[in-house]
Design a protein around this ligand. Structure first.
Ligand code: PGA
Length: 266
């Protein structure tokens, strides 16, 4: 069994560094007794370095970025590379989040938001090369009666993981995030632990077809309005090794509650 991992995706929050420090420190205090569970917080780029330096004393929480560009340096206005992030102490990176995949841009340029699986694949490779652990987000926007969404998940996995060697796959975390369950989706619906378990089995099968037995080393986690009330159900019955939490991670009490639940079920 894998070590449980709880990841907080702060998205574009909070508004000030002061608030970010408070949220981070409160979360760190709330989990001071946690031993077995891995904890990752992914704040906006701007706060990473400051939070990493205050975290050096605590070392309980790993820092993750919400994106990373490929390459190390170059003429890519507005981008931040995986290597730059690694150099300031960041160790994880969320890639292919549905909110980044949805942003409208000129996809033919293969840069910026509006990410295709091809862009995510480039970022996966450069992040791994820089020493970051990618949290690869996949998920369907809706479920159709013919189960076509399974094909979409398969395609996302195959295209985002294309050309990645077996040696590095244990560093990759697959986050299944059905878009219809994410808190910011209008008219969202709750996903159940059954939905999560079924998809986790499907993902596991694709990974083992692709990578063979070493695919067992990869962790699969669930995200989509995960909170302190349903965390236990997802972790016990959802076939996953952890949770990626957005909105609930902006509340230190709720976030540490989720981590304590993971610690108990781990
Ligand atoms: P949510 O966000 O927990 O607010 O639904 C999860 C995510 O989008 O990563």
């Amino acid at each position: 069994m894998h070590k449980k991992i709880i990841i907080g995706n702060w998205k574009m929050n909070p508004l000030t560094l002061k608030e970010a420090e408070k949220l981070f420190n409160d979360a760190a205090k709330g989990v001071s007794a946690v031993k077995k569970t891995e904890i990752v917080i992914c704040p906006p780029f701007l706060y990473l370095e400051k939070l990493e330096s205050s975290n050096r004393r605590i070392k309980k929480i790993s820092l993750g970025a919400q994106d990373a560009f490929w390459g190390d340096t170059g003429a890519y206005t507005g981008e931040v590379s995986a290597e730059m992030l690694y150099n300031i102490g960041v160790r994880y990176v969320i890639l292919g989040h549905s909110e980044k995949r949805a942003m409208p841009v000129r996809q033919s340029l293969d840069i910026g938001g509006g990410e295709t699986n091809g862009i995510v694949n480039k970022k996966m490779k450069s992040s791994l090369a820089a020493g970051l652990r990618p949290i690869l987000c996949i998920g369907e926007s809706a479920r159709d009666a013919n189960h076509g969404y399974f094909n979409l998940i398969k395609m996302q996995l195959e295209e985002c993981l294309a050309g990645i060697s077996k040696n590095s796959i244990s560093k990759i975390i697959i986050a299944y995030e059905p878009i219809w369950a994410i808190s910011s989706t209008p008219g969202r619906q709750d996903a159940t632990s059954d939905d999560s378990r079924e998809m986790s089995i499907f993902i596991r099968k694709i990974l083992s077809d692709k990578f063979g037995p070493s695919a067992a080393r990869m962790r699969i986690i669930y995200g989509g309005s995960a909170n302190e009330k349903d965390a236990e159900d997802f972790l016990k019955n959802g076939g996953v090794d952890g949770l990626l939490s957005g909105r609930a991670s902006l509340n230190a009490k709720k976030f540490s509650e989720i981590i304590k639940i993971a610690e108990k079920t781990g």
